[in-house]
Design a protein around this ligand. Sequence first.
Ligand SMILES: Nc1ncnc2c1ncn2[C@@H]1O[C@H](COP(=O)(O)OP(=O)(O)OP(=O)(O)O)[C@@H](O)[C@H]1O
Length: 266
Amino acid sequence: MKYDLKDTYIVRFNQKETEIAMTTNNLQVFYGNKQAFFDGNMQFPKNRITALIGASGSGKSTFLRSLNRMNDDVARVEGQIMYRGIDINSRNINVYEMRKHVGMVFQRPNPFSKSIRDNITFALKEKGLKDKVEQDRIVEESLKGAALWDEVKDDLDKSALALSGGQQQRLCIARAIAMKPDILLMDEPCSALDPISTLKVEETMLKLKERYTIIIVTHNMQQASRVSDYTAFFHMGHVIEYDKTKHIFTNPAIKATEDYVSGNFG
Ligand SMILES: Nc1ncnc2c1ncn2[C@@H]1O[C@H](COP(=O)(O)OP(=O)(O)OP(=O)(O)O)[C@@H](O)[C@H]1O
């Protein structure tokens, strides 16, 4: 093993100065007997973007998906995930309700095979919102929030599947924010997009952080340095370094991070 996995630096925030949206305490994830994530003690500041970076298989998605219990059926997740004073990793949590607060946008755009409007109103109707005027208001607000409104406002009844990949991903962001989550988890949201759509989604994220806390897995280091305030570097299921993005990319504390961000890794 080239690096000492105990040689780590994890930023701690003074909660009097920085509001924390979510904290993980001793988070560990197991697939069967195999431990895929080891020692997550992390605080995620509110209204900030935190990027999770690291080589393939380092545990980024495993960690991210645990944060809103997407791993429940495939993995055993131990430890606490504290959100508004509640451990949302505890068994008696209503996971469906919790995901309204901690939303997720996936790697590949996955709009429903429905109209643009219905993609957004579907979950609202399920939630019992019948008022059409209020539905329309939320459709507009969410599409504006996801920087898609101007492109689709005259086509709301057209199929979402007719949109470009980048537009579909922004529709998925609109769908997620229509539920008014506090925290948005994004698992490589731009990996299936061309550079122009990627820039649009990045601009959207920068706007969204005024209202949301975003945690994003990305393989794209330029993207991490462009959009994120904080970055966590993952290696072999461990968080090796978590700090301001500026420090991670210009002056990392740990050798493994330095090697990774400078391309001398492995
Ligand atoms: N459903 C699963 N069942 C068993 N092992 C899994 C499962 N999902 C992930 N793993 C294993 O857990 C480890 C971490 O994988 P994970 O997908 O979290 O890494 P990652 O850093 O997100 O990788 P990538 O960047 O390629 O998406 C890997 O060894 C992987 O093989």
